[in-house]
Design a protein around this ligand. Sequence first.
Ligand code: THG
Length: 281
Amino acid sequence: MQTVLKGPSSEVIIGPDLPIVMIGERINPTGRKAFSAELQAGDLSRIPRDAQAQADAGARVLDVNVGAASVDEVALLPQAVRLVQDTVDLPVCIDSANPAALEAGLKAARGRALVNSVNGETAKLKAVLPIVAEYGAAVIALCMDDSGIPGTPEARLRVAENILNEAAKLNIKPEDILFDPLVMAISADHTAGAVTLATARLIRQTFGCNMTAGASNVSHGMPEREVLNTVFLTLLAHEGVNAPICNPLTNGLAIRAIDLMLGHDEWGMGYIRAYRALAKA
Ligand code: THG
């Protein structure tokens, strides 16, 4: 099963036997005070720099999230999307909790974008899936619904199945859905990583769909976050998460190492190229 995304004049394919597609997470005000303040002042000048740096570090898709407190996302998200794609020829992953902002972002996006995100909540399905269908986009589907985030892998799988069925009604195909098994902080629950990994395995076995995950969420509140993030990305990849949302500046070389170890990097050229780029920078 292959998910095809497009930039202004580029194409990215996500599939089980292909190299991992990094979705760069850094255009997001969460935990970034300076960027939040800039967004609140309407200053988007950091975005081209962040976009270029992530692309240079191997990101193949860029997440775009401008959801700082009191920001008008409907106005700002399309501007941010245009700025990203004026800088780098990559598909965008349009990240907002607000369906109107998602639609405004889709209008501004060139190529074929990824919508971040829908979930199994009745209202979300109703608001987001028709937009995804109308724009012919792909979509990230979070394994949670009106009762919250299920505690077991089996219950998360049932949410995924429900989303697949609702999407099918609008002719959105399984290959155009990236499931997100949901990554929670390991500092709050030491079984959180295991539940996410088991969910990913079930989704891969049952539906064969491609998957994403916000890997960096796992390490909130813990020391040496990079160690935890790298280890978790490795385990996630082994369970079929082939398009993680992560920080390419810190995870780029590890991602290429994972590809190499999984047999997805002939002669290790991807790894060596990433090493050389890092050594030069
Ligand atoms: N699933 C999906 N989308 C998502 C998430 C997910 N989007 C947002 C988030 N989770 C993934 N993106 C981030 C972005 C930043 C961080 C974590 C996940 C992060 N930021 C640092 C902090 O908060 O401390 C600061 C980063 C910095 O200064 O560079 O950790 O799960 N579908």
